[in-house]
Design a protein around this ligand. Structure first.
Ligand SMILES: *Cc1c(COP(=O)(O)O)cnc(C)c1O
Length: 360
């Protein structure tokens, strides 16, 4: 039976992925040298596509790493000598904070409970902060930080670098990149690709900071330091042998999305999220976990289902719909439904219809 994965990553493959894989095999993409002209074209197709789709300034750099988690480590190593400041409201934002600790920095944080957003009016960023770290969409709880708050934060802290994790909200999230320094994602969520590739979007200011760290004798890592990545990216290459097939596929999916139009993709995401939230808001047993409508994620919808979780997931699976479990201590009592560009309006309607019939 055909299955649709509504899991928040890995998720359902984007519909055109099988065709692109077939073409990649025909073109021997997995065998070509990563120092060849052909590879440089693949690199450029992917990096210029990312800039075009997301409206990133031309002066910014696109680097390829292996995952979102790796990106966190590279960001801390390359932008922080001592002091990062973290907005923590779930497991992924906490990983970002812990990464800084494990690298021997002195991170500080503001922390709110799982399922909550931040009260930005109350937050004072310590003056010694070098880098502010935010997770735009906390995938573990389904809380999305309003972009307007990120913009304000950047404008009120012009001398601090800002890093934003958009792993589970790309390409939906519409950011003003000129106000940000490092933004990163991996490809197995919003782009509907197999896991194994991470992308860093890096400002000239962030590059300057890593150079300053080097000048001070601070380690910024080795082959995936910003400076090493930059040296190779300038030739449309990577320091190591990268996942060439993944980079090829990312370039192709992005071209497909550019053809559809990012505005349309974003509008459809909101339309689908509304259907899901409306359904659970009026459900007799289940309810959306995030109460504050302003911070409800548009891309990962978290639902309290209490003792019915296993039953619901099993029932949906029999109908071909795979939804995610809750995260951490909510693993057994919540479900998470991904709403990525790969999930069509009719997929979402199908899922809701199955849940309706189940209730009867
Ligand atoms: C999944 C996820 C990550 C980790 O990405 P990987 O590619 O699995 O390392 C980081 N941040 C957020 C918000 C995520 O959803």
């Amino acid at each position: 039976m055909k299955k649709i994965f509504f899991t928040p990553g890995p998720s359902q493959l984007y519909p055109s992925v099988p065709l692109h894989i077939k073409n990649a095999l025909k073109e021997n993409i997995a065998s070509i040298s990563h120092r060849s002209k052909k590879f440089e074209e693949i690199f450029f197709h992917a990096s210029s596509g990312i800039k075009k789709l997301l409206n990133i300034p031309e002066s910014y750099h696109i680097f390829f790493v292996s995952s979102g988690t790796e990106a966190m480590e590279r960001v801390i190593q390359n932008c922080v000598e001592n002091n990062s400041y973290h907005f923590v409201n779930g497991s992924f934002s906490n990983r970002f904070f812990e990464t800084a600790k494990e690298l021997g920095k002195k991170p500080q944080k503001v922390e709110v409970s799982f399922g909550e957003g931040f009260d930005f009016k109350k937050i004072n960023i310590p003056p010694e902060t070098e880098l502010i770290c935010l997770t735009h969409n906390e995938t573990s709880s389904g809380v999305m930080t309003p972009v307007a708050e990120i913009t304000k934060l950047s404008k009120t802290n012009p001398n601090k670098l800002i890093a934003v994790d958009i792993v589970s909200s790309v390409p939906f999230v519409d950011l003003d990149y000129s106000l940000l320094d490092v933004v990163f994602f991996s490809v197995q969520k919003g782009f509907g690709l197999p896991a194994g590739l991470g992308v860093l979007i890096v400002s000239p200011r962030a590059i300057k900071k890593s150079q300053q760290l080097v000048n001070k004798g601070v380690s910024i890592g080795s082959y995936h330091s910003f400076l090493s990545l930059l040296q190779f990216a300038e030739k449309n290459q990577t320091p190591e042998t990268p996942p060439v097939l993944e980079m090829y596929l990312l370039g192709k999916i992005i071209a497909d999305m550019i053809t559809i139009g990012i505005e349309k993709i974003r509008n459809q995401t909101e339309q689908k999220a509304k259907l899901i939230y409306n359904f659970f808001d009026s459900h007799s047993l289940f309810s959306p976990f995030v109460n504050d409508i302003q911070t409800r994620s548009q891309t990962v919808i978290t639902v309290n289902v209490d003792t019915k979780q296993q039953e619901i997931r099993k029932y949906l699976e029999q109908k071909g719909y795979i939804v995610g479990t809750g995260y951490g201590k909510y693993k057994e009592t919540q479900i998470r439904i991904a709403n990525f560009p790969t999930h069509s309006l009719s997929d979402i309607k199908g899922l809701i219809t199955k849940l309706k019939t189940k209730g009867k």
